[in-house]
Design a protein around this ligand. Structure first.
Ligand code: 13P
Ligand code: SF4
Length: 310
């Protein structure tokens, strides 16, 4: 890339020339969030992907998110700046093993968290995100037996909130499992006025300490609505950019991880850079595709989710 190029200008030009829309998740680096047409949590991003009239969807997020956009808009071109931007949670649930697991529970309905492959969605009855998982479980009759996958932490949280007995797949997100209970307790002692907020992908010991639990959009909204001046945030650090922008004067402290060398960055989300975003729009590559038979099967549980959370 010519170093004299202003990538912000170039990306804006490409958006206009190609009728492209840039959708970004809150965990993307700040530059990408600033150039995006829409920033959101997984539910907001899929609602946006379903309704856009752009010809090209540039998905600044990870692979399963771009796949979801493709499933909802199969005749649009969907680009992902780095095709290797995967997800440890999605990887923790290989579809062939899940299909076998599901055979053990023939009378159960399958709810899958959106953080999974298109193939896994095709094995599901309803998809959910962290912002509507409780609502989706509650929309089903009490006696309905349910398998919930792939995230055991979100699943256990939903089971506690709804009082339902869910069969859980044993998967987890590498970012949300690194928080240190001990170090958070000490940090809270040093900041007694701070509100502690956490994503439901965190472990139960962490969630037990939280003043508020929610999806990335939910967490951001809480910081805007709550009068507190300090917040300790247990999720990926990318969200702090919007929290700081939306709340001048408030202080946001990333919750400490258990390993002093670790940080709260998702290595998959952070594979995308502004340079890669520019190149992918210029070259219209890498493109994310999903086989038509999987699209047809995976679309049903995603649309069920969108209907329930409309
Ligand atoms: P939400 O933005 O839907 O809360 O999802 C968090 C996440 O881990 C996405 O990878
Ligand atoms: Fe996957 Fe966790 Fe990264 Fe989200 S933060 S993309 S769940 S590894």
């Amino acid at each position: 890339i010519d170093p004299s190029l202003d990538l912000f200008d170039e990306i804006e030009k490409l958006k206009r020339e190609k009728n492209a829309v840039v959708l970004a998740h809150y965990y993307q680096e700040p530059d990408i969030q600033d150039i995006a047409d829409y920033i959101g949590d997984s539910l907001g991003l899929s609602q946006e992907a379903a309704k856009t009239d752009a010809d090209i969807i540039v998905f600044a997020g990870v692979h399963f998110m771009a796949e979801t956009a493709k499933i909802l808009s199969p005749y649009k071109k969907v680009l992902l700046p780095d095709v290797k931007a995967g997800c440890s949670l999605s990887d923790s649930c290989p579809p062939h093993l899940f299909a076998k697991f599901k055979e053990n529970y023939p009378d159960h309905l399958v709810i899958t968290y959106v953080n999974c492959t298109a193939e896994l969605k095709a094995l599901s009855d309803i998809v959910c995100t962290s912002s509507n998982a409780v609502q989706i479980v509650e929309s089903l009759p009490k006696e309905q037996k349910i398998i919930f996958g792939p995230d055991r932490n979100l699943g256990a949280y939903v089971a506690r909130k709804t009082g339902r007995d869910l069969v859980l797949w044993n998967g987890a997100c590498m970012v949300h499992e690194i928080f240190s209970q001990q170090r958070i307790v000490k940090l809270k002692e040093r900041h007694p006025e701070a509100k502690f907020i956490a994503h439901p992908e965190c472990e139960e010991v962490i969630l037990k300490m939280a003043d508020y639990i929610g999806s990335t959009t939910g967490l951001l909204k809480y910081t805007m609505d709550h009068p507190a001046k300090e917040f300790i945030v247990a999720t990926e650090s990318g969200i702090l950019h919007q929290m700081e922008k939306a709340n001048p004067g408030k202080v946001f402290i990333p919750a400490p991880p258990n390993n002093l060398c670790a940080c709260n960055d998702c290595p998959h989300m952070k594979r995308n850079t502004l340079e890669k975003l520019y190149l992918c729009m210029k070259n219209e590559l890498p493109e994310v595709t999903v086989p038509m038979d999987i699209i047809e099967r995976a679309r049903v549980p995603i649309e069920r989710m969108l209907e329930i959370s409309a």
